[in-house]
Write a protein that binds this ligand. Structure first.
Ligand SMILES: Cc1cc2nc3c(=O)[nH]c(=O)nc-3n(C[C@H](O)[C@H](O)[C@H](O)COP(=O)(O)OP(=O)(O)OC[C@H]3O[C@@H](n4cnc5c(N)ncnc54)[C@H](O)[C@@H]3O)c2cc1C
Length: 406
């Protein structure tokens, strides 16, 4: 490949980078996608759960057929300190567990088929602004090459290599990162269409444990805790002992999911920051595939506008952050509130909260999406003092959410 000048160079071929590449090429931009792994989607850290809403968004633009869904989800069980509490049954599938190796590769295939160029086994080394353009140095094997572009897109995941190397992200708040430890294994008796979540002080303090089924008794089973790296292994072993005794482990991964994006600037002259690099994952669950993909879609739209106007300054690129917020801010505020509420509860308060909810909801059959207001009304009918006990925490969480966002 001799070409060395592109409208946009994208670092990282995860869901954020490949979504950007696809939508940008469709808008007429020349795009180079750069991936440091030898093969796209070679190593992925993920429990692979997504909503049906997200799958439908991707499938609006199907390029060719790939079987990337491992299981559709028809319900779930929430356990507290190892005991089942609330069970949700869905009339229609509410989500799916992906085969991300197939899914991520498919997203790259789709971008390449549309016209994006790609370099694998190639690492971002540095970027230097030269007038209105950027010189990007990439390293393939032992060979360094310099490319030119108007826009450099940071889709490098938690590493955020461009944001860090250009000094856009200066500080790093580890308390909002989700630290995770996960196995892939065979566990006899797991339902193929149910999610299992575990909470409680001894399970995952202020975090949660999960079982995401992949079919045939195989599952991603993990634990994630915000701001806490120590002891994850022990928490996971205890969870496995309780719910998947005798599990046969086929793989182990651990990783970090950066969250709480609103404290960051997601653009600079010639730069857009997407996905995990922009810390877009859900602050309560750490789920980040959908927001990564959406950031690529929105970023491509803004990149096309910048190319049309021949303006790559941050005065124009800031539109990316504004448009992205229009897509994701509604859900983000709700989960930020939920996270503030959840992390403000002592273990005794969490027990009392869970008991009230179990008493009122027990097993629910619902049509997605979940309606938290009607659920709260059910709880209040059973336990009128619920608001008295938890209202102050709710007000605190709402205040804390507002304080952070405004
Ligand atoms: C244990 C665990 C479980 C999770 N479970 C879920 C879940 O169930 N559902 C969900 O929605 N999300 C989940 N997530 C989060 C999800 O995996 C991420 O939010 C998602 O992958 C973000 O996509 P991305 O494209 O921004 O980054 P990534 O998928 O991390 O892609 C970044 C790419 O950039 C490449 N790269 C990095 N540095 C360079 C460089 N210098 N040069 C070139 N290439 C580079 C990397 O190799 C990688 O391919 C989980 C995360 C973890 C750790």
């Amino acid at each position: 490949m001799d070409k060395t000048t592109y409208d946009a160079i994208v670092i990282g071929a995860g869901p954020a980078g490949s979504s950007f590449a696809y939508y940008a090429v469709r808008k007429g931009l020349s795009v180079l996608l750069v991936e440091k792994q030898r093969e796209v989607a070679h190593t992925i850290l993920c429990a692979e759960g997504v909503s049906m809403e997200f799958l439908n968004l991707v499938e609006k633009e199907l390029a060719h057929k790939r079987n990337y869904v491992a299981a559709y989800i028809h319900g779930g069980v929430l356990t507290y300190e190892g005991k089942p509490y609330v069970e949700v049954k869905l009339k229609k599938p509410g989500g799916a567990i992906l085969e991300r190796k197939i899914f991520d590769r498919y997203l790259v295939e789709r971008a390449v088929k549309e016209g994006a160029d790609i370099l694998v086994n190639t690492k971002f080394i540095n970027a230097n602004r030269k007038g209105k353009k950027v010189e990007v140095t990439l390293k393939n094997g032992n060979q360094e090459r310099v490319f030119n572009t108007s826009l450099i897109i940071d889709a490098s995941g938690p590493a955020a290599v461009i944001a860090k190397s250009l000094g856009i992200f200066k500080d790093y708040d580890k308390n909002t990162d989700f630290y995770t430890y996960q196995i892939y294994g065979y566990c006899d008796g797991i339902r193929d269409d149910y999610l299992y979540f575990g909470i409680g002080e001894s399970v995952a303090p202020h975090g949660y444990a999960w079982i995401f089924p992949k079919g045939g008794g195989f599952a991603n089973i993990g634990v994630g805790i915000p701001g806490k790296r120590d002891g994850l292994h022990t928490y996971l072993n205890n969870f496995l002992e309780k719910h998947c005794k005798g599990v046969k482990i086929l793989g182990v991964t651990h990783g970090v999911v950066p969250t709480v994006f609103h404290k960051r600037k997601l653009y600079a002259d010639n730069v857009l920051i997407l996905g995990d690099a922009a810390r877009l994952a859900d602050p309560l669950t750490g789920g980040g595939i959908a927001n990564a993909y959406i950031s690529g879609l929105v970023g491509a739209e803004v990149a096309a506008f910048a190319i049309k106007k021949r303006n790559f300054g941050e005065n124009l690129l800031k539109v990316y952050e504004k448009k992205l917020k229009e897509w994701i801010m509604h859900d983000y505020i709700i989960t930020l509130f939920a996270r503030e509420f959840y992390t403000s509860l002592s273990s005794e308060e969490l027990r009392s909260f869970v008991e009230s909810v179990k008493e009122a909801l027990g097993t629910m059959e619902i049509h997605p999406p979940l309606n938290p207001v009607s659920m709260l009304i059910k709880v209040l009918k059973k336990d009128p003092l619920f608001l008295f006990r938890f209202g102050a925490k709710g007000i605190y969480a709402a205040g804390e959410t507002l304080r952070q966002i405004i």
